[in-house]
Design a protein around this ligand. Structure first.
Ligand code: PRX
Length: 646
């Protein structure tokens, strides 16, 4: 843990929404009198019917029920678009920067309104209405945002599928939520390469039974040839005849806004459900305070709309605040590692929000990423997705931020809807690597394995003891799974799945997942999903997946495989199995190391002891702990002997 403390930079104080005294006062009220606090904050949204019932939540495992603003009515897109039009319609909502450094586009709030209304009317024409599910599998182009907002306009529930997912993952998600329309593009572009989005959708629908699917809407992005089937609809043809007038559907605050699939420690990804009122308020208020956003700022969240960060901090939060955002199609290393800096200079970015994995990838090139870059427009930096190691923090702070920009290391999750534990730029003296203090209304605590609360400076399991407006409400179609996953481990509280340390100054330091969830380059993956992809390969009898420390990715994927009888294990097979996972699940799930083994360490009841596998993968095999309960302790020696991470 780094002991250095960086005071709030002078400029951050001057420009801020909040003083440390404001934070202390507001935080106290938010937890002591949440009804009054959130009733007041909710006034920042435009309601059709203002809520009178503010908080109605229970974490009791027998009756988990989370409702905020339950008698309020509103439309998310009215808040994200229409209310800005009268005075700020000409303001830029998005500066789109293509993969190719020569392509960019400007989308004002007026244009955003018209584009969203047209495609929303197009969806209505296809028979999509309130409550219907629509899958979105798009590249990072403005049409991805139009698609999301079009759903919100008409009360349909979107589920965005990350463009890096394979056909199987698309089909699983479509079937789980019974989506009736899927919106995609012919191809995506990343680092100059075409990504065959439409072809992936075609494979998903051809190779799997997806009975709910009625239409695929295809936006021509690269214009390259793709197959057109009878249920495919061309985006431009659909919208050509559509009006730019599309009255927003009036939604209850608790109506679902979107479903986002995320990995857990068991089974297939869960469809986390976020609702209209509480989520929008959480996304907007955190965006305002965490980034100290003020009109005129140019803000860039370099995430993908396929992840929750993109939902909350590219789309809903910034738009609700009338912000001007950069939206970037490409990758930080193309054409070369100066790209982020070049975009910052080109669009005079003031606020940059990215992930430690990107920072580490650039940092490996020393000062080259900032060569020829002025960077003087920057005033605030943010980090999200995984713990940021102090070296990466320092590089970000000094080399990118020129030692004058606060760094906000925001801890949160798909399930939390927005930032939860985070420095506030004008309030928090920074400790490199510490997510620091809770946001308004967030009550974190640390518990031991038995759920006993731990006090003072200590390590523990991170729980949240009461609800906040942005919290996910359920798992789509499986409330019991929601209850089991989050509210039974430490009954009466929300279990985050993360470990944390609280220091003597009450700073929280997130130490990483304590369950079987991996965080690979900031991407969340369940070991169970990867194992299930592995065992579907004909050569694999059994597989166990664990994470291990990886310099660039944070965590790497270490795979132990027992081959089927008679299978010849060789390099080719290893490559084949690796490609299999890429294809079955996603390139982000590609194993880093595959160790073939004739046995796995199992207890007498047949349970794989992952603790041992994790230690071997981390090359810490000298501290294996108790192995006496293993059915065959000899397996461990062989695994150690043949370990790959030396
Ligand atoms: O382990 C934590 C890590 O990312 C997990 C959540 O992943 P996901 O739902 O995909 O959402 C990522 C974007 C919010 C958490 O359980 N994590 C996220 N942010 C941080 C972090 N770990 C440490 N520090 C962070 N700032």
């Amino acid at each position: 843990m780094s002991q250095q403390i960086y005071p709030v930079p002078a400029r951050a104080k001057e420009q801020s929404h909040l003083t440390p005294q404001d934070y202390a006062r507001m935080y106290a009220q938010s937890v002591e009198d949440p009804e009054t606090f959130w009733a007041e904050q909710a006034k920042s949204l435009d309601w059709v019917t203002a809520p009178t019932k503010i908080k109605n939540t229970s974490f009791d495992a027998h009756n988990v029920s989370i409702k905020w603003f339950e008698d309020g009515e509103l439309n998310v897109t009215y808040n994200c678009i229409d209310r800005h039009l009268a005075t700020r319609g000409h303001v830029t909502a998005f500066i789109w920067e293509g993969d190719d450094p020569h392509s960019h586009d400007i989308i004002t709030y007026h244009r955003l309104h018209d584009e969203v209304a047209k495609i929303a009317n197009g969806l209505r024409k296809l028979g999509v209405g309130k409550g219907d599910r629509v899958a979105i599998y798009m590249p990072m182009i403005p049409q991805a945002v139009y698609a999301m907002l079009a759903c919100a306009r008409i009360g349909a529930v979107h589920t965005v599928i990350f463009g890096g997912f394979s056909p199987n993952a698309i089909a699983d998600r479509v079937n789980n939520c019974q989506a009736k329309v899927l919106m995609t593009a012919d191809e995506g572009l990343r680092a100059g390469k075409q990504i065959p989005l439409k072809a992936n959708v075609d494979s998903a629908l051809a190779e799997h039974d997806c009975p709910s699917m009625e239409h695929v809407v295809v936006y021509k992005h690269t214009g390259n040839d793709v197959d057109w089937g009878k249920n495919d609809v061309c985006w431009d043809e659909l919208t050509a005849q559509c009006s730019t007038d599309c009255p927003p559907e009036v939604m209850n605050a608790e109506d679902p806004l979107f479903i986002l699939y995320t990995s857990g420690s068991t089974g297939q990804p869960k469809g986390v459900v976020h609702t209209t009122g509480g989520y929008l308020l959480w996304a907007s208020i955190t965006h305002k305070y965490v980034f100290d956003y003020k009109p005129g700022d140019i803000y860039w969240c370099a995430a993908d709309v396929g992840w929750v960060t993109g939902h909350s901090y590219i789309v809903y939060g910034p738009l609700a605040n009338g912000a001007t955002s950069v939206m970037f199609e490409g990758v930080p290393t193309y054409p070369d590692v100066r790209r982020i800096g070049q975009i910052v200079d080109k669009h005079k970015v003031n606020i940059l929000y990215t992930a430690p994995t990107a920072i580490r990838a650039l940092m490996a090139h020393g000062d080259f990423p900032v060569e020829g870059i002025s960077g003087e427009s920057l005033r605030l930096l943010g980090s999200v997705g995984e713990p940021i190691n102090p070296e990466a923090w320092h590089w970000y702070y000094t080399t990118v931020g020129q030692s004058r920009c606060p760094v906000v290391d925001t801890w949160w999750q798909t399930e939390t809807g927005g930032a939860m534990i985070t420095p506030l730029p004008s309030v928090t003296a920074m400790k490199p690597g510490a997510a620091s203090h809770p946001f308004f209304g967030v009550q974190p605590a640390l518990v031991d394995g038995q759920g006993n609360e731990l006090h003072g400076a200590t390590d523990g399991n991170l729980i949240i003891t009461d609800s906040w407006p942005g919290q996910a409400r359920t798992v789509y179609g499986d409330h019991e799974r929601f209850v089991q996953t989050y509210f039974t481990t430490y009954p009466g509280t929300y279990c985050t799945g993360d470990g944390a340390r609280r220091d003597e100054d009450d700073y929280f330091w997130i130490t990483g997942r304590v369950d079987d969830v991996l965080n690979v380059s900031g991407h969340r993956l369940g070991t169970a999903e990867i194992e299930s992809a592995l065992v579907s390969h004909h050569a694999v009898a059994e597989a166990a997946v664990v994470g291990y420390p990886h310099d660039l990715k944070g965590q790497g994927i270490y795979v132990y495989i027992m081959a089927n009888e008679g299978v010849e294990v060789n390099e080719e097979l290893t490559k084949e199995v690796s490609n299999w996972v890429r294809k079955e699940l996603s390139p982000i799930a590609t194993p880093d190391l595959i160790q073939w083994s004739s046995g796995l360490p199992k207890t007498r009841s047949g349970k794989i002891m992952r603790r041992i596998l994790r230690k071997i993968a981390a090359n810490e095999y000298e501290q294996l702990g108790d192995t006496s309960t293993l059915a065959d302790p000899g397996v461990v020696d062989t695994l150690i002997e043949q370990r790959l991470n030396r």
